[in-house]
Ligand binder design. Structure first.
Ligand code: FAD
Ligand code: ZN
Length: 471
């Protein structure tokens, strides 16, 4: 790094927060433990003004910046490439709740706040921040917004985008745009906020956000149902929507092999009904009246499901700790998969009505193409979003399997997604992993509009180059 840039960075954030030597592994490798990149430096600003100063210094030096929150992204977006020329801008020190406005049902926060800390802060104020995902103990709200994260309550409350009313952003020139409005209505031109949400750090650095809160439900009940087929899971979803209405806040489907992995690697998590049906479904009802009301609703719904045959067994958690236990099983699936070995991940979406056909066809195609392949299928059925992952055959070497089959598997799965009118990324984003896959599945018009935006907002291409779209 040039002396001038080093000096400017140290002046901006203080010597202690410009890391150039020692072990930078924590910032250079992401959650999936792909081969690490190499950072020019890791810079840890403590305020919006410091972020702006860092971006200005990098812009002057022509140095590219990789914004990083909790580094839980799964698509190679938050870590530097191997060139040793990209600077990691960590938002982790910006972790203050700025303001909670209970009457307006909003919360203004720094981008580096960990999601779980924000859930607790909202709850302490008697309110609900409904964004919830398995990485919530590490991921940051800035990362959630930059990736438009989803999670387990999207079917009721929407993605991160729906939960954000305003943003504060540092532009590629190092200017600060204060768009931290708590307004629910504002039609004064283009929606700049929506440009930055889901842009994966390629259009600006998010430094703050105003989030939408909701009244805290009086009761939350969780149930587990054993389901004979994906068709039945969709039938159960329809039934749950009819009975639960807006009270239905969770609907997660889990294939048997995914659950077997949890049972195998985390034996303390006893998985219900593992032998009774090929799918488990986790349902959650939130109620603003009473627990008794929610329980009665659940019992009626599940009775009907058992009569209809779309469920063969079901249980409603009796206590909070039983409910947590059921959610732990769901959240342990990605961890159990990692324990089992390297695997090929997909976070795809197709219309809910197409999910059974998509799974039946794609399962068959994969099993024919690669005998013995193991399918780890689970996800947010209520949103038509599945984590349709592929694990090596039982005795195979996982690394060799990936080297031989990753491209083939991706193309097969994504072509299937496209033929069912779906998206090749419903949650994790494009990052560097899918950047060269996008042109096959996105229209040339859409891609050119994306390039137009990138060129306009980041003409020197210093913000997360090599992610989302190439210019
Ligand atoms: P990072 O990983 O640090 O960054 C992600 C991207 O955002 C990168 O491109 C980065 O450059 C950019 N970025 C980060 N912070 C900023 C900022 N302040 N300004 C501009 N750009 C920024 N995702 C889901 O959507 N739903 C799930 O259910 C889900 N479950 C997960 C479960 C596990 C176990 C794990 C490990 C991940 C899961 N994810 C899920 C993916 C991941 O948690 C989300 O993408 C999350 O939103 C990333 O947040 P982060 O702070 O870790 O961001
Ligand atoms: Zn998910």
């Amino acid at each position: 790094m040039s002396e001038a840039l080093l000096h400017a960075l140290k002046t901006a954030v203080g010597d202690a927060h410009v890391l150039t030597g020692g072990d930078l592994g924590a910032w250079e490798q992401d959650w999936r433990k792909r081969p690490p990149g190499k950072a020019l430096a890791v810079v840890r600003p403590g305020s919006t003004q410091e972020v702006a100063a860092v971006v200005r210094a990098c812009a002057a030096a022509g140095t590219s910046i990789v914004p990083q929150g909790g580094n839980t992204g799964l698509v190679g977006g938050s870590t530097p490439d191997a060139s040793g020329t990209q600077l990691v801008l960590s938002l982790a020190r910006m972790n203050k709740v700025r303001d909670i406005d209970a009457a307006n049902l909003t919360m203004a926060v720094d981008a580096g706040c960990v999601l779980q800390a924000l859930q607790h802060a909202a709850e302490d104020a008697g309110l609900l921040l409904p964004l919830s995902l398995a990485a919530e103990g590490s991921c940051t709200i800035g990362g959630n917004l930059a990736t438009n994260a989803g999670g387990t309550q999207v079917l009721r409350y929407g993605n991160a985008r729906e939960l954000c009313l305003g943003l504060e952003v540092v532009t590629a020139r190092g200017e600060v745009w204060n768009g931290l409005s708590g307004l629910r209505k504002d039609n004064t031109g283009y929606d700049l906020r929506d440009l930055f949400i889901g842009s994966e750090g390629t259009l600006g650095v998010i430094t703050g956000a105003t989030l939408k809160l909701h009244p805290l439900p009086v009761a939350r009940l969780t149930a587990w149902a054993a389901v004979p087929s994906m068709d039945d899971a969709v039938a159960l979803l329809e039934l749950a929507r009819r009975h639960g209405g807006p009270g239905l806040t969770g609907f997660e489907v889990m294939g048997r092999f995914a659950l077997q992995l949890v049972a195998h690697h985390f034996a303390q998590l006893r998985v219900p009904f593992l032998d009774s049906a090929p799918y488990g479904v986790l349902l959650e009802i939130s109620d603003h009246e009473s627990e008794a009301h929610a329980r009665a609703q659940f019992e009626r719904m599940l009775e009907t499901a058992l009569e209809d045959g779309c469920t063969v067994d079901a249980v409603v958690a009796e206590t909070m700790s039983q409910a947590q236990h059921l959610w732990h099983i769901r959240e342990a699936i990605p961890l159990a998969q990692a324990e089992e070995g390297l695997n090929i991940k997909h976070d795809i979406a197709v219309p809910v009505s197409r999910i059974p056909a998509f799974c039946a066809e794609t399962d068959t195609l994969l099993r024919t193409a690669i005998p013995g392949v193991r399918l780890v299928n689970f996800g947010h059925l209520g949103d038509g979003n599945l984590h349709y992952n592929v694990q090596a055959p039982e005795q195979a070497d996982a690394r060799a399997f990936l080297a031989a089959h990753e491209e083939q598997v991706n193309t097969l799965v994504y072509d299937q997604v496209a033929s069912h009118g779906g998206s090749i990324s419903a949650e994790h984003g494009v990052g560097s992993v899918k950047i060269d896959k996008l042109p096959r599945y996105k229209s040339p018009v859409a891609l050119e509009l994306m390039r137009t935006l990138k060129r306009a907002l980041d003409p020197e291409n210093i913000l997360n180059p090599g992610r989302v779209v190439r210019i």
